[in-house]
Design a binder for this molecule. Structure first.
Ligand SMILES: C[S@@+](CC[C@H](N)C(=O)[O-])C[C@H]1O[C@@H](n2cnc3c(N)ncnc32)[C@H](O)[C@@H]1O
Length: 275
């Protein structure tokens, strides 16, 4: 259920606008990071028999592309036309559709597997999306998703959020959405999956590392390539933004390793089965 203080439509529109503008820079800055969970995510939903897979919130189509390499039959859906256009360009042999994770345009029991790589934390109504994933899976099918660990471990977020807390304009308000780190909590993942009808829940954490060319790139990545953290940055007045940018750059410099940065960004890989 959507918490009463969240206007699901307003948050949905805010996210959609963010992703429509962020597709190129998301691919540029986040692609090599979010690709690191694809192997564990696909391994976690490796259902016996059958190989159709729905890649929900597919973005540039990374997961669908790896599924195809494994010989599976993927379809990707994303609500952003810009993301779908990029996915079609990058992976011309794969079907990508425009669609909403919270109201999937597929028949019941249409897929053997469904996955959502770093999509769940962007949804206005994540529980509705998990119910939809359950609906479109056949009995025995598997669903998997990924989410960032909390910011005390996923340090790119800690750096950006601290800079905003210390130097951001407290008057800047975005349309409220569900807690960004809700699915960093193993018990909450298990609870939501069970409440939507799934069983056999597994949750594993993986130590992703964000390699960036320079400290300035951490700011650029969030500012240009993300919807929610980027939205908060883009809404800052110029003087506050300059301070936030400097603070992010300064903190990021501590992760310089040779000619690039290596920022720890662990993530949870969560899977479950439809009985
Ligand atoms: C962080 S990106 C993840 C992209 C990709 N799955 C990956 O592995 O990098 C989040 C994606 O979720 C999509 N998205 C957000 N809300 C959505 C919704 N309600 N329905 C479908 N896609 C959505 C965005 O357009 C964006 O492409």
């Amino acid at each position: 259920m959507t918490p009463p203080d969240i206007d699901a439509n307003a948050f949905h529109e805010f996210e959609l606008d963010g992703w429509q503008h962020a597709s190129d820079d998301y691919h540029r800055y986040f692609g090599s990071l979010t690709m690191q969970t694809i192997g564990p995510l696909l391994d976690a939903v490796a259902a016996a028999g059958g190989a159709s897979l729905l890649d929900i919130a597919s973005g540039p189509g990374y997961v669908a592309a790896e599924a195809k390499r494994r010989g599976w039959a993927p379809v990707g859906i994303d609500f952003s036309e810009a993301m779908v256009a990029m996915a079609r360009k990058l992976h011309p042999g794969i079907e990508f559709q425009i669609g909403d994770a919270e109201a999937l345009n597929f028949e019941d029991a249409a897929f053997d597997r469904a996955v959502m790589n770093f999509g769940i934390l962007h949804l206005a109504q994540p529980d509705a999306a998990v119910r939809e994933a359950h609906r479109v899976l056949r009995a025995g099918g598997a669903f998997g998703f990924t989410a960032w660990a909390k910011p005390d471990e996923a340090l790119g977020f800690r750096i950006a959020l601290r800079a905003l807390e210390d130097f951001g304009d407290p008057g800047v308000q975005l349309p409220p959405g569900p807690p960004f780190f809700r699915f960093s909590d193993r018990e909450e993942c298990a609870r939501v999956l069970a409440s939507c009808g799934f069983g056999d829940v597994t949750v594993r954490q993986f130590p992703l590392v964000w390699k960036l060319a320079s400290p300035a790139d951490l700011f650029e990545a969030f500012y240009k390539g993300s919807a929610r953290t980027g939205g908060l940055l883009r809404a800052q007045p110029p003087a506050a933004l300059a301070k936030v940018r400097d603070a992010i750059k300064e903190s990021a410099a501590a992760y310089q390793r040779g000619d690039h940065l290596e920022i720890p960004m662990p993530a949870l890989v969560v899977s479950a089965r439809k009985a």
